[in-house]
Design a binder for this molecule. Sequence first.
Ligand SMILES: C[S@@+](CC[C@H](N)C(=O)[O-])C[C@H]1O[C@@H](n2cnc3c(N)ncnc32)[C@H](O)[C@@H]1O
Length: 215
Amino acid sequence: MSKNNKIKKRYDRIAPVYDSLEVLMEKGKMGSWRQNLWQKVSRKIDQSELNRSEIKLLEAGVGSGKNIEYYPSQIEIFAIDFSPKMLKEAEKKAKQYNKEVNLLEMDIQNLDFKDNYFDLIVTSCVFCSVPDPVKGLKELKRVLKEVGRIIMLEHMRSQNELVGKFMDWFNWVSLYTWGANINRKTVENIEKAGLELVEVNDLMSDIVKEIELKK
Ligand SMILES: C[S@@+](CC[C@H](N)C(=O)[O-])C[C@H]1O[C@@H](n2cnc3c(N)ncnc32)[C@H](O)[C@@H]1O
């Protein structure tokens, strides 16, 4: 089985129980990090010279749709994932929160969108599991407008030697159960993809970061 299919199947397998497994994390810090992420997105929309109805936003790796309740109104939103079962969960959230969103089964590493299409792209906890993260980041760069921004909430390998090694040793546990790596060097991957760091805020040590990127 290809690496892509393996990760997709792991997310399909965990989709029905995904939210209940993460409930404590969401009630803790993760919930407020998400809120801050979407407040930042809303500020970008308010500052834009475009009318709201002209603004196109992509959520890449929507998962079970935990961000859907925070989606801003009156803009055009696309949300993609390569796991059909995660998308089913996201569909339920869109109904629950009465949000208009185009939910599509699609691979971040091979996006079916034109070049320079999106004003905003949002990811949360996604680049730990995209099988080829640099390829995925290059695709986000391709579909982002020249003046667009990518806003991310991502966890990654610590640069502390001991903590980083610990994350390397235990990576197999989360990779096997979830399909997520805890030791991805996401900032390095961003630079390899040719994206520019605009702002990096450490939220939990140097492991969880809110990141703003441009082309
Ligand atoms: C850890 S979950 C996070 C989901 C959501 N963003 C959140 O904050 O709860 C990662 C998601 O990324 C998706 N994903 C990973 N690699 C992908 C790819 N290459 N293309 C599309 N989706 C991908 C997985 O299927 C999964 O739903």
